[in-house]
Structures are given as C-alpha cells and as structure tokens.
Design a protein around this ligand. Structure first.
Ligand SMILES: [Mg+2]
Length: 249
C-alpha cells in the first residue's frame, strides 16, 4: 500500500541544485499525486520551490495533494481554493536577520573557507523570511562550479561547526551543495514533518521520507528523530526508480 503522505527532499533527490524537475520526473510525481499526498521539503524559499516543482507539473495534476515546506520546514504552503497559501510561517525579525548576516560574514572571514575577495555569482547571503542562507559561491552560481566546490562536504562542515557556537539561539544547518541555512531554534525538516502531520492529521508511521542525505551529518538525517520510515537515494534517477516501485507496489 502507498504511504498516505510521501516527503521528498528537493536538491539532488528530485532535481539538480536549483534546477526544475525534468519532464520525466514531473510525470512521475503527477502520477503519484493522483494516488497519494506528496510534500516537498527543502532549504529553498517558496517562490523557488514553486518554480522548480509545482510549475513543472503537467496540466491536470491534483495540486490539492501537494504540500510545499520551504526554508527547511520553517513554513508550510498548501494549494487551497485554487491558489497557494501559507498555512504557517515562522519568520525571523529584521533585527534577527541582520545579526545572523553579520555573524555569517564573520564566520566566512575567520574560517577562511570562503574567499570574500573572489568573484561571487549574485549575493552570498540571502534573507528568505524564515531563514538566512549563505551560498558560498553566490545565489546564482552554475551547478558545475557548485558541485566542484566541496565534493566531500568538509568545507560546509567546517563553516557549520564554527557557526553553531556563534549562533546559540538559532538552528544552523548544512543545506545544498554550497549552502548553510539558519532558522529559529528547533526549526528543521523534522519540525516541518511534525507540523504537516499535525495539520492534516496524518500518522507519521503511515508516511515516508525520501532523500539523498540521510547519512550521519547529511542534511536529511534530522528527519529520523520523528521515527519516519526513510529511503536513501543516490540522485534523481534513483528517485525515479523508487517512485516507479511505489506506483507498481
Ligand atoms: Mg538533498
């Protein structure tokens, strides 16, 4: 039997970093949405997730079955009465965002992990309402450069470990290939899972989480604390195989 709700990570699970779903992936997700509920949970902001996922789905897709949890679960959007609406959003105040930005800059300088004198593709720091995100090469960096920057994740780890004691009131997470996400304390993918299950009265045991980074230190690992059933995937192609099996099962 299909889980009553399936959570997906986005980057490297459903699509390459910041890229739209491929038409094949969009078709498969649409088939899944005809039969069960799907939630996308990622560090990206809502407009980005909507563009990458919801806007790629073929006409006739049951959007009422789709939930979007941007900014690492700090917000939840549902398709209600024909349009996307925020169910909740745990926003940072401007003062909180400003203090996080300053600390991120200090950490980049002090660790020497990001050369601030080097070229940046767009801003390195972005305030996303509920989250502040540091993207080491800039928000618009090309995928190939992003993937070559920190292939074993050690640079992100160093930045993360330096930031945790500098931002004790916040939750610091490693994000996509080059990013670090900062939200209010206790807000992470596990929080998003619990909030959506509570909102729609799903039992976590009847749901499932699919992601590429469930391993220790990976940015999907935190979901395990909810007790949710998990499925590790290698990349979007592997995810298509898993969805195919779910649809056939
Ligand atoms: Mg991922």
């Amino acid at each position: 039997m299909l889980p009553s709700l399936i959570f997906f990570d986005l980057d490297k699970t459903l699509a390459a970093s910041k890229q739209p779903l491929t038409p094949e992936m969009a078709q498969l997700l649409s088939k899944l949405l005809a039969r069960t509920n799907v939630a996308i949970i990622s560090g990206g902001k809502f407009s980005q997730l909507k563009e990458q996922v919801a806007d790629q789905l073929p006409e006739g897709t049951v959007l009422d079955h789709l939930f979007i949890l941007p900014t690492s679960g700090a917000a939840l959007y549902a398709f209600l009465e024909g349009r996307w609406q925020a169910v909740y959003e745990e926003r940072l105040t401007d003062a909180q965002a400003q203090s996080i930005c300053t600390t991120l800059e200090t950490a980049m300088r002090e660790t020497g992990i990001v050369d601030l004198a080097s070229h940046s593709y767009g801003d390195r720091i972005e305030f996303r309402g509920a989250e502040v995100t540091l993207s080491a090469l800039g928000q618009e960096a090309p995928i190939a450069e992003k993937e070559a920057w920190d292939p074993d994740g050690s640079k992100k780890r160093t930045l993360h470990d330096a930031l945790v004691p500098m931002l004790p009131e916040y939750d610091v997470k490693t994000g996509g290939s080059t990013s670090i996400d900062v939200t209010l304390k206790g807000i992470n993918k596990a929080y998003g899972i619990r909030k959506l299950c509570e909102y729609r009265s799903y039992i976590i045991a009847d749901t499932m989480y699919i992601g590429d980074a469930l391993y220790p230190g990976g940015n999907d690992e935190v979901v395990k604390e909810t007790g949710i059933r998990t499925q590790q995937v290698k990349d979007p192609e592997d995810t298509m195989r898993v969805i195919g099996e779910l649809l056939a099962g």
